[in-house]
Write a protein that binds this ligand. Structure first.
Ligand code: PYC
Length: 310
């Protein structure tokens, strides 16, 4: 199985070029459902230690339904198949350019969350125009054991987010353990207390918004992913959901540009335009770098060929 590894602002993406499971020829949503229901072993084997590592996101290339699209892709982390992935899309575009499959310019990519547009600005810089994103619930209170009442917004940016602003814990690399424990507890509480999307979709990511010491940076975030790792990048879908909240609050105007940085300090440039369904169309610009091209080997005698599962 051939893969290419890249990172976007420190967050890794493993693009699977061949050798993945046959998911049929249905819609991207149907194929993502088959991946989630029938191929957990495949996802584990790609991302779990010792072959993978925490925070890595897989990007399985699949045939697009529209000949105008550069490719279809289904993203997954070690715990869940994702609707969309912003850092993964920046990594994917840079990987496709590295392979000579796309040139500088604008390209369409299909994801389970919908068709998105990427603009390859140079070999490493990509602007992603995401699917329409929206805030669905404002200032929802959740009772969290050990933390008390935590209030946040529920928003969609291709995945489901609970966004807490301001963060109850300073968003600093020295607080990674405390940030991780608190956001896991909040996600569990939202699920237990039935707080989620309009149709009961569970919260899969929790975001803490903090401030930056850099005056050019609007805010710094900590994003908990479904597999309980934190996003080293500012998370493209979290940034989209966050933009929807800022727009809904009148704190950011269409076309205004802000810099959002991650807990490790890696930046995305963000802006939005109004959507057609009452939400916003986010634009996320970031950089990715290819790190490795390799062939994954699955030795039948290897007791950990499908990853370490504890
Ligand atoms: O960038 O959207 C993103 C993302 C989702 C999970 C990890 N990164």
């Amino acid at each position: 199985m051939h893969v290419i590894d890249s990172h976007t602002g420190g967050e890794p993406t493993r693009v699977i070029l061949d050798g993945g499971p046959d998911l049929g020829s249905g819609s991207l949503v149907e194929r993502a459902q088959i991946l989630a229901a029938e191929h957990q072993e495949f996802c584990n084997s790609i991302l779990l230690e010792p072959r993978g590592h925490p925070a890595m996101v897989g990007a399985l290339l699949v045939n697009a339904t529209d000949p105008e699209s550069a490719t279809g892709v289904i993203y997954f982390d070690a715990d869940a198949v994702l609707g969309m992935c912003g850092h993964g899309t920046i990594g994917l575009a840079v990987t496709l350019a590295h392979l000579g499959r796309i040139d500088i310019g604008t390209h369409q990519i299909e994801t389970p969350a919908g068709k998105i547009e990427v603009q390859l600005l140079d070999a490493n810089t990509v602007e992603v125009t995401n699917i329409e994103s929206r805030r669905v619930r404002e200032a929802v209170s959740v009772e969290v054991s050990g933390l008390g009442t935590i209030t946040g917004d529920v928003a969609y940016g291709g995945n489901w987010f609970f966004i807490v602003d301001p963060s109850p814990i300073p968003v600093l690399p020295t607080n990674l353990r405390a940030l991780t424990d608190a956001t896991i507890a909040i996600r569990e509480a939202t699920i237990k207390q039935g707080i989620g999307g309009e149709e009961g979709q569970p919260i899969d990511h929790v975001v803490f918004q903090g401030s930056s010491t850099n005056a050019d940076v609007h805010s710094r975030n900590f994003v908990l992913c479904p597999d309980n790792s934190y996003d080293r990048s500012p998370c493209g879908t979290a940034s989209s959901a966050r933009l929807a909240c800022l727009a809904a609050d009148g704190r950011l105007l269409p076309g205004d540009i802000i810099i959002q940085e991650s807990v490790i300090g890696s930046p995305y440039r963000l802006s939005y335009q109004p959507g057609i369904k009452g939400g916003i169309i986010p634009t996320i610009t970031g950089q990715a770098f290819v790190m490795a091209e390799c062939t994954l080997i699955f030795d039948e005698c290897d007791p950990y060929k499908n990853g370490i599962i504890l």
